[in-house]
Design a protein around this ligand. Structure first.
Ligand SMILES: Cc1cc2nc3c(=O)[nH]c(=O)nc-3n(C[C@H](O)[C@H](O)[C@H](O)COP(=O)(O)O)c2cc1C
Length: 356
């Protein structure tokens, strides 16, 4: 296998094994949640430099599920045209483009709305508890995800990715730490996965057979075996592509730093690939900053695709460095990339590129 080999996910052929990880740009959206010219150029540039699949950043399915007051959304039709410009820009350069859909759930900031989730659990202030969603509220939330997916389809996306990790709502349902329910949405692996799995089924029903449905899911929650059991439920529901990252709890002595040139987070994707091989494509992510790391993972059949976060933020031409040995500016792995409202996005690598 080579990095330049195509891969088919659903009916879409992705021209190589390089995927852009969802990476939110806080300072790009307006308060109306619409995509801006900055977004369009940001994704166009990465598509133009050869990235096979672009996963557009976490996008809110409702205003109260945003990361902050200026976060991109797909909760109303007026937001579709901005996304259409992003998909056109990516398609012009031959990239397949999907969009990550999210709700922050119990991590919602107070000014955005109430902290709702599977159960009433302590928030940052141990005295304050989140609000447990009723069954009606769960069904309504699932509709919001499906509505946003339909808008994504209208905007020209080739598919969607559910944000099922990094402590947000879908992840809160699968974690036993945040999901204490005793009804059909809590308890067994199947029940805790039901919230996400039902959303997958709704999206398939509404968006059709041609639409990629991916989920970004923890490779460990709290251990790898449980995370795989949950992912099996997503696959049963019709998920086409698993992107593996981290979740809420990490408690598995079997996960150690691997021998290869990649780290333990990335090794979770490798473990998933071993399990799902031949059934569902799997990607890995985290601290992949050098072309040799990407080639190692693909050429040794350790994953199907490699998800690039900071490497492709640092240098939009990183994919050309992997595919064609071209020079690139390596991510400095510096704290400036920490994302959060109000954080300055001053990329050290971008500063180096600006001087070249
Ligand atoms: C600026 C920034 C924004 C991010 N936004 C998202 C996001 O919208 N959705 C998501 O699932 N992960 C997000 N992440 C996590 C990345 O997708 C990725 O998993 C993480 O950066 C590790 O990969 P890397 O070492 O290649 O950067 C973000 C990371 C960064 C640095």
């Amino acid at each position: 296998m080579r990095v330049s080999d195509p891969i088919t996910i659903r009916n879409k052929t992705i021209k190589n094994r390089l995927t852009m990880a969802p990476t939110v740009k806080f300072d790009y959206a307006g308060a109306d949640g619409k995509a801006t010219d900055l977004h369009i150029e940001h994704y166009r540039e990465r598509a133009a430099h050869g990235c096979g699949l672009i996963c557009v950043e976490a996008t809110a399915v409702s205003p109260d599920g945003r990361f902050g007051p200026i976060h991109m959304g797909l909760w109303e039709d007026e937001q579709i045209p901005g996304h259409r410009a992003i998909t056109d820009a990516c398609h012009e350069h031959g990239a397949v483009v999907i969009i990550q859909l999210n709700h922050t759930g119990i991590t919602t900031r107070p000014e955005m709305g109430p902290a709702i989730g599977p159960s009433a659990v302590p928030l940052r202030d141990p005295e304050a508890l989140s609000k447990a969603m009723t069954i009606d509220e769960i069904k309504h939330m699932q509709e919001l995800f499906a509505d946003a997916a339909e808008r994504a389809k209208k905007a020209g996306y080739d598919g969607v990715q559910l944000h099922g990790c990094h402590s947000y709502l879908i992840n809160q349902f699968i974690s036993k730490k945040t999901n204490l329910r005793t009804d059909e949405y809590g308890g067994s692996d199947e029940n805790r996965a039901r919230f996400g799995a039902e959303i997958i089924r709704m999206i398939r029903e509404r968006c059709g057979e041609d639409f990629i449905i991916s989920i970004r899911t923890p490779g460990i929650e709290p251990d790898v075996a449980t995370a795989i059991a949950v992912a099996e439920e997503y696959v049963k529901a019709g998920c086409d592509y698993l992107q593996v990252s981290t979740g809420i709890e990490w408690n598995d002595p079997t996960v150690t730093e691997p021998d290869g040139p990649y780290n333990a987070v990335c090794s979770l994707g490798v473990r998933f690939h071993e399990h799902f091989k031949g059934r569902v494509p799997v990607s890995c992510v985290n601290s992949i900053f050098e072309p040799g790391q990407v080639r190692y993972l693909i050429e040794n059949d350790l994953v199907d695709t490699v998800d690039l976060g900071r490497a492709i933020l640092a240098d939009p031409a990183f994919c050309e460095a992997v595919l064609g040995d071209k020079p690139y500016v390596k991510c400095f792995d510096c704290p400036r990339c920490q994302y959060g409202p109000g954080m300055p996005h001053k990329c050290a690598a971008a500063a180096v590129r600006a001087k070249q």
